[in-house]
Design a protein around this ligand. Structure first.
Ligand SMILES: [Zn+2]
Length: 56
């Protein structure tokens, strides 16, 4: 699940919208990195593993 977009330069976070670059750092430097809900991802993977007993 996508939670937010975080600027790789200044760390400012934005809501996950159309926005691709940071207002403060500008489009040349302020690339926004996607922030995901990693705990939810881990839970989903654990479920997948438990649902496939043949998988190592
Ligand atoms: Zn920034």
């Amino acid at each position: 699940m996508l939670l937010a977009l975080r600027c790789i330069v200044c760390g400012r976070e934005y809501a996950p919208t159309y926005k691709l670059t940071c207002d403060v750092c500008g489009p040349a430097n302020g690339i926004l990195d996607a922030v995901y809900d990693y705990e939810e991802d881990l839970r989903a993977k654990a479920c997948l593993n438990s649902c496939k007993p043949s998988c190592p």
